[in-house]
Design a protein around this ligand. Structure first.
Ligand SMILES: Cc1ncc(COP(=O)(O)O)c(C=O)c1O
Length: 402
């Protein structure tokens, strides 16, 4: 049977995120001996008190649908969390509990984008945004950011675009995946000013905002004057509390936007998992245990980050900056095709990494000189992985220059 003809012609040619494709590349190293630095999945276990709360959810029969928005008690607890951590004031009807950040992204974009709408994305970026925009037949207007400028958004270029093009939204991920960079306060102010002047929405993916290594406290885009009314915050408990498999996150946005996003979310999910919602409710209402767990998580990644950066800095071929948040290193190796390297590296050494090109578009060929390495493995494994990386890169560069 010819199934092709049944598939949505707009969707069938859009490939899955390259991050997953790396798993299918061949390797002469058996799978059990491979080192996976490709997936941003915390190796840390979910904290015990959250596991207990999850078991309690089952004992208390928290296994029914909740309100589509999420149970009122969890949304109230989320409002309290936003106020406590970032002094953000939201009411429960401005919060939508979702099946992780990923479904928050999809539902938000589906709710706001019509075919032909323009969305500005600074690249490199998190690939599922690209797919979600394409599914809606909207257009991506790309901005190139580079390591030499600390991946700062090129505001001059953005202004030029805005002079001639009406955009629906601009996407910011801070701390960034794959860059680990925080959008500076100065840039935030500029972006918000431009959003008001040229009338567009800001989508602010803040899912890594509890994993930050700078002395200054994290500033949500929504804290900037006038931003709140045009910002959709994407949040998730996956990374901050090592809860990826719970599939739970939320959106904070003005009510008219939430009301529309809710329709998409309801159609896809009815509601987020009631068991995960209960676990999150118990977590948020025990701020001391929650903060302890986040501090431990952050400390673990901070130590790994410093060691990993030192390893990479030993390599003369590499340009690297210390990430300010999240758990990704995004070094550059000038004039080397890192997609070819990553494939060869996995084949020869059994270490999985993601080429920078997979977070970008072909026009920005410089991003092919980058590679993403996650420090979501135990330090011993990271050490071995990065030793192999340094050794392999030397051999690969010599091989290429012959
Ligand atoms: C920037 C960013 N947003 C959203 C997500 C989705 O995460 P989750 O659906 O587990 O909350 C990820 C996952 O890696 C991410 O890196």
């Amino acid at each position: 049977m010819d199934y092709e003809k049944y598939l949505n012609s707009n969707v069938k040619n859009i490939p899955i995120s390259g991050i997953r494709l790396v798993n299918n590349w061949p390797s002469k190293i058996p799978q059990s001996s491979q080192i996976k630095l490709n997936i941003g999945q915390p190796d840390l276990d979910t904290p015990e008190f959250i596991k207990e709360a999850t078991i309690e959810a089952l004992r208390f029969n928290q296994t029914r649908y909740t309100d589509s928005m999420g149970s009122l008690q969890v949304r109230e607890a989320i409002c309290e969390f936003l106020k406590r951590k970032q002094n953000l004031l939201y009411s429960p009807d401005e919060i939508l509990v979702t099946a992780g950040g990923q479904s928050a992204i999809f539902a938000s974009l589906k709710a706001i984008l019509s075919p032909g709408d323009n969305v500005v994305i600074p690249f490199p970026s998190y690939p599922p945004y690209i797919n979600a925009i394409k599914y809606n037949k909207a257009k991506i207007i790309p901005l190139k950011t580079v390591l030499a400028d600390n991946f700062d958004i090129p505001l001059k270029q953005l202004k030029e675009i805005l002079e001639y093009t009406q955009i629906k939204a601009l996407l910011i991920i801070s701390p960034g995946n794959p860059t680990g960079v925080l959008t500076s306060h100065k840039t935030q102010l500029e972006l918000v000013k431009l959003a008001s002047e040229f009338d567009f929405l800001l989508i602010s993916d803040e899912i890594y905002n509890q994993i930050v290594y700078t002395a200054k406290s994290y500033q949500s885009l929504s804290q900037v004057n006038e931003a709140r009314e045009r910002t959709i915050i994407i949040q998730s408990f996956s990374k901050m509390l090592s809860m990826c498999g719970f599939r739970i996150g939320f959106i904070a946005a003005p009510k008219p936007l939430i009301d529309q996003i809710k329709v998409i979310h309801h159609t896809m999910n009815i509601c987020a998992s009631s068991i995960a919602q209960y676990a999150v409710y118990k977590t948020l209402t025990d701020p001391q245990k929650m903060d302890e767990a986040i501090t431990m998580t952050c400390q673990t990644y901070r130590e790994r980050k410093s060691q990993c950066v030192s390893y990479l800095e030993e390599n003369p071929h590499i340009e690297v900056r210390e990430p300010q948040g999240a758990f990704y290193l995004f070094p550059r190796v000038p004039n080397i095709n890192m997609t070819d390297f990553a494939k060869w590296f996995k084949y020869q050494y059994g270490v999985l990494t993601v080429p920078g090109a997979y977070f970008s578009i072909p026009e920005f060929s410089e991003h092919n000189e980058y590679i993403r390495l996650c420090f979501t493995e135990k330090i011993e494994l990271l050490r071995t992985g990065l030793q192999r990386f340094n050794e392999a890169l030397g051999i690969f560069i010599r091989k290429e220059s012959r």
